[in-house]
Design a protein around this ligand. Structure first.
Ligand code: FES
Ligand code: FES
Length: 165
């Protein structure tokens, strides 16, 4: 039985026919839309490599049925830079060496963007570590990742302040 759904992915509306209604959002992104930035690490919700932002909230796309997000806005790592201009979180990861092999990095960055939007860390490294604990890094780049999130959060706060002033 085929089903159809519509998603807005990185600002582009996509109409998709699914032969298998059990297809996950991760498989749809990678196999149907050629957006391979979100990675399949564990495929069971334990590593965070597949993190994307759906309707403003970060989720593990390997655990999400694509059909259950019909009509949703989806942001993936491919959609965060503006042309050649990297997103502030991407720049902070580079500045703080928040990566080694890079396999976990798209998920880390999407999770960091979500965490900063949630506004719950208050510049506290411990809370950043807790908020990012669903994203595993086999290379152990956690120190740089935490520093990058803190810096990006600070930059975001300064930008917000400027907008209000
Ligand atoms: S691939 Fe989704 S959490 Fe690991
Ligand atoms: S940078 Fe290699 S798994 Fe995180």
């Amino acid at each position: 039985m085929s089903v159809s759904l519509t998603l807005t992915v990185n600002g582009v509306k996509r109409a998709i026919e699914l032969d298998d209604p059990r297809m996950t959002l991760l498989d749809l992104l990678r196999e149907r839309l050629d957006l391979t930035g979100a990675k399949k690490g564990c495929d069971r919700g334990q590593c965070g490599a597949c993190t994307v932002i759906v309707q403003g909230r970060r989720i593990n796309s390997c655990l999400a049925l694509a059909i259950s997000h019909d009509g949703a806005d989806v942001l993936t790592i491919e959609g965060v830079a503006q042309g050649d201009r990297l997103h502030p979180v991407q720049r902070a990861f580079l500045a703080h060496d928040g990566l080694q092999c890079g396999f976990c990095t798209p998920g880390q960055i999407m999770s960091a963007i979500g965490l900063i939007q949630e506004g719950q860390t208050g510049g506290d490294p411990e809370r950043v570590r807790e908020g990012m604990s669903g994203n595993l890094c086999r290379c152990g780049a956690y120190q740089g990742i935490t520093e990058a999130v803190l810096e990006a959060e600070k930059a975001q706060g300064a930008a917000d302040f400027k907008e209000v002033a």
